[in-house]
Structures are given as structure tokens and as C-alpha cells.
Design a protein around this ligand. Sequence first.
Ligand code: GLN
Length: 478
Amino acid sequence: MGSHTAFEIAGAVVSGAVAPDHFLRRALRRAAEQADLNAFLTLSPEEAISSEGPLAGVPVAVKDNLCTLGQTTSCASRILEGYVSPFEATAVTRLRRAGGIVLGKTNMDEFAMGSSTENSAYGVTRNPHDPSRVPGGSSGGSAAAVAAGIVRCALGSDTGGSVRQPASFCGVVGIKPTYGRVSRYGLVAFASSLDQVGAFGATVEEAALLLSVIAGHDPRDATSSRRAVPDLLRGIARDVEGLRVGVPAEYFADALDPAVRRLCERALSRLREAGAVVIDVSLPHTEHAVPTYYILAPAEASSNLARYDGVRYGLRASDAGSANEVYELSRTGGFGAEVVRRIILGTFVLSAGYYDAYYGRAQRARARIASDFERVWEEGVDVLFTPTSPTPAFQIGERTVDPVSMYLSDIYTVTANLAGIPGISLPIGTVDGLPVGGQFLARRWDECTMLRAARGLEVLLGGTGCPAGRRGLPGGAA
Ligand code: GLN
């Protein structure tokens, strides 16, 4: 099974060597062969395909919380079952304008709340490396679609790790850009101060290619930055010599699986051998990140999800006797357990009398977490290197009974969202055949240095990610 990179696909399509729909057909075939992964909620063969642009003829999987014209956008929720938006997300429009093809909409945790894709109302997605395990989440379908070799690139969203953690579990690359780098217009809101559209790729360069297409100011999103987007693909080939890589002690504490730690240490040795300067640093407020995130994200979610009232969107209870009952029955029937839990939690922390004790304090903690990062940048660190997740992919069902155990697994990813900085996860090896991801974090707007570090490490580890067929994959990046 030959796997052409996104660059090769676009090259072949632009030059006319293959028909513009050649790779779309192949991707549809592969998606059908691997339907039991449940990576896609819908597949959408396109009518007109452009043979121009940096993504000409490249099939891209799109997370089902990004609005697409002509395809449903359900957020893997019953409450939006069958919903077709009258507008399209800017990231999707830009992807199409670059010649990319929306192959289909991918499975996810309902409204992006979760770390395993088990919270989907349409069944769990399976990890292509081991179908008894989760692909991570919430963008699990997008990550699995890349890992299974169906697509080379995919879009996701990252509010607390939902691109980086599934990338880590599936052995692919995932980028969360700086907050404001990519327009959130048409991304169904979860926690607006944390949400960012992100890019998956089979390799660092392919993820960077997709990011370069979707990045940039959009007047439809007031939080999107007017800053010019640097050439993300140019500096990427520079090696890591002289790069100052900080290693935060707090990310290597007890919660970390020893096998993941060993792979991180091996990655750091390679970086050192290649001339990077590895520096021990401290981010002392890290321990507050999970509780802070799990107050702020539900608070924002409880407000954002108030719009699903059974009147304006999707599901409406048919047996309601009054307006109040329409709201109550539609919401009760439409939302899954985790979404309900977050709405209740968020409503509680925002309620009069508790607001300052929870929401106010969490905001102050957020500021401290952000200033920890500021301090290490001031100390001259270019990028930070950390594990992406404390463990490799866990078994389906393993953490659903205990939501807090699921929340705790977000420990290394939520900090970037709280601070608004960019992060990337890339494969750094495997443990018992399961991929493990390493994460680079960088200053706000400095995706270039982050990509240089990630591409450098990818080369040093001899890898191009480990997407391939499914089951019994060769040993990953190592
Ligand atoms: N796992 C985190 C949560 O459940 C992050 C989700 C995300 O980034 N969308 O909220």
C-alpha cells in the first residue's frame, strides 16, 4: 500500500499526472475497508475538485464540530443529529480553497468533551494500532483516520489537548496553534477562551502544511490575530543545533509511566547529541492546571451550550406540554452524561455565592500558569519538551467509570490552552506496539521554532510518524 505524502499528492494532481479525484477514490476505498474503526461519522465524496493549490486533490478528514456546507455537523451529539449548518467554518473554506477535499466528518467526544472518543453518541472510535484501545480524544476520529492511512492530514480542535493527545495515542503528529492563529468561526464553541482549531499530519511537515493553509486573520472571529503568518514550512528544515530546549521537572513527576519517561529521555539524548542545549526548568504552578481547566472549561461550556434549547437547532422533544418542557426534555434527551456533568459543574462554579471561590480563583491560577511560561522564555528557553500524555492509549472502558482519572490524563496538555501558547505532539517511539508522543511547547506566535524542533526530532528518531495499515504495525518511529 503506497502512501503518498500530501506534498506528493498535490504535486501529482497539479502536474496532471493523475486525475484530481484519484486520491479521493483511494481514500474512500480505504475508509470503507476500515469502517469498523468508526473513525468517520459521515463520508462525503465531493463533486468539483480543484487541481490547483498546495492541497490540490488531497483528501482531508474534518472533525465533526467544524461546520461544513452540505454535510451534517453533529458534534457527535444526539442534540445536533442531522444538523446542516447554513455556513462553513473558515478553516474548512480555506482548506477547500487550497484545493483540499473534505473526505468526511470524523467521530469525536460529544462537543469535544473527553479524552477518548468514548463520549460520542455514535459509538467509540478504535485505535488503529490496537482495536481494543481508545484513539484518544476528543479528536479521536481524525487521529485514527491519519494513523490508519486513510488520509495524510486532518482537522481537529484542541481546547485542552484534543489534537495533541489523540495524535500521541495514534502515532501521528498534531498541532495546537497559538490562540488566535486560526479562526474559530464555524468551530462549534466548547470553551471559547481555550478552543483552537488544530492540524493533524502523518508527518510534521504535512501537519505544518495544513496549518499554513488554515492560519491567518479572519474578520469573522474577533479573537483571530491580525499578525502576519510566517512561512511555516521554510525554517522547518533547519536542524536543532543550538536550540535551547527546556525540560520542566513538573512534567516528569510521579504520574508519568516509566516507559513513556524512558522514551522522552531517549528523545532528549538525541537532541543533545545533535547540538541542542537541554536545560532543566520549573513550571511550579503546573499542579493547579487540571483543576483550573476543569473549572474554566465547564464554566464556558455551560454558557455556550445554553443555545441548544430544542427550538433553534437539532433535536426537539415531541412530547412537551409547555415551552419549559421543550427545553427540559430536549436537553435531557439530547445531551450525553459527560456533557450534562460539565453543564452542571459549570453552572455551579458560576453561580452567585460560588463565583469567586471557583471561577475567580481559577482565573487567577490561569494567570500564574501563563506567567510560569513567560518566565522560562525570559530565561532564554526556545521550546519546552514534555511527554504529551502520562501513558500510551488505554483500554476502551478503562476510565469511563471514573471521570476524574480521565481528567487527570490531560495534565500535560491543558497548560498550553490556559496560556494560549502553541504545542505539537509527535511520535517518539512505541511501548508494546503502542505509539507514544512527545510534546514541544513554544512562545505565543512562535510556531516556527516549535516546528523546527519537532521536525528536527522526527529526523533524529528516523521516523516519519507511524501511520500505516492497521494492526500489527511495525515498531513506530524508533
Ligand atoms: N480532554 C479535555 C476535556 O475533556 C480536552 C478536550 C478538548 O481539548 N476538546 O475537556
